[in-house]
Design a protein around this ligand. Sequence first.
Ligand code: GUN
Ligand code: ZN
Length: 443
Amino acid sequence: MTMQAIRGAAITFKADPFRHDWTEAVNHIPDALITIEDGVIVAVGPAAEGLATLGADVPVTHYPDAIICPGFIDAHVHYPQVQMIGAFGEQLLEWLEKYTFVAEQDFADAGHAETVAGVFLRELLRAGTTTAAVYCTVHPHSVDAFFAESSRFNTRMIAGKVMMDRNAPEALRDTVESGYHDSKALIEKWHGKGRQLYCITPRFAPSSSEAQLEAAGRLWREHPGTYVQSHLCENLGEVAWVRELFPERSSYIDVYDHAGLTGPRAIFGHAVHMDEEDFACCHRTGSALAHCPTSNLFLGSGLFKMFEAKRADRPVHVALGTDVGGGTSLSQLQSLNEAYKVAKLGGGTLTPAQGLYLATRGGAEALRLDDRIGSIEPGYEADLIVLDLKATPLMQFRQAYCRDLMETLFVLMTLGDDRAIRATYIAGAPVYDREREQQFIYP
Ligand code: GUN
Ligand code: ZN
């Protein structure tokens, strides 16, 4: 039994700030003591009370000038694409051909996959992301490389082998049979092993035949508790292409719904060009959407309708995704910086409480993991990050003029990025510490 405590200001959510005033939704403890035993939070409360009852031999790590919050959740990201993040000039379909499919072919080499998985995991931890829904490549060993690295850090990750049997280079194509069998073997190998969770990953409707989508749906039904992820209504050219490829379906999401690929634990990235029927389908089926603002802006895809998605009479689960390498940062603070601007252009105002909720508890709810991650409460896995409010000279100067907590948080998400992550804890273990010479440590 190992016990330790972390001390500092803490923020977690009690309720959804899209539905409740922030004072009801946010639990802010200005000086908190978070006690952790064997990777799980066992007590949270004011430090003055906690310290009085804490055993004298329990180590306490104190973070002044910081805010401790649940680790960020990235609901849509491609690890093989870290090598082509920031690729110039194209919209989605041309960008896939010119850069993405080229980069992903490098993963035929298992050693390359291992190297990139190592870089990616470290970048996630440096950005304060402790759980992500991750696309690997079509190669099964790309999944092995990713889960092996995630297991070493003991991170709770969701990932899967991309399935695509058409409209992609020969070297990146599987078949209905091999896509099904390779995915099934990976489920048996990795799903539920430690903290790893498998995600059945048909890339998007244009690159899977109807038979492959149906096989993916069958595989999902055969393995309850696994996930499904794909892309949805990202780009107007893509949406028109799906209409041509699936003329008998009433909409893009109907393609997935018809194949049995909607429901709780289905995560659809982007969802920019959605109409009311599409949102209603997500609500009815319990499917989640991953809002990927840096990507939607970078690739010129469009503006996600956050407040339409979250409409109180038929709410849809929304999480936040970076979509690297379509997205331009692995930092969810930077996603929120852009999400605020996207909301503004759509006539809405995303509050800092709503933003932080999307990156933590809201993401956990969308991924159906809100009983174990996304909150700082007893019984929860101790995936925590320490946010440095004064990470840069400008942040330090600007924070001095913040008049309340909401302003402080808003400036953090406007100016903050990976530099604002002071430390990252995975199941209680300090795996990343910005101030240490050796910044990353396997637990
Ligand atoms: N649609 C199909 N594949 C991809 C991808 O890799 N990135 C993005 N942003 N959209 C996609
Ligand atoms: Zn994507």
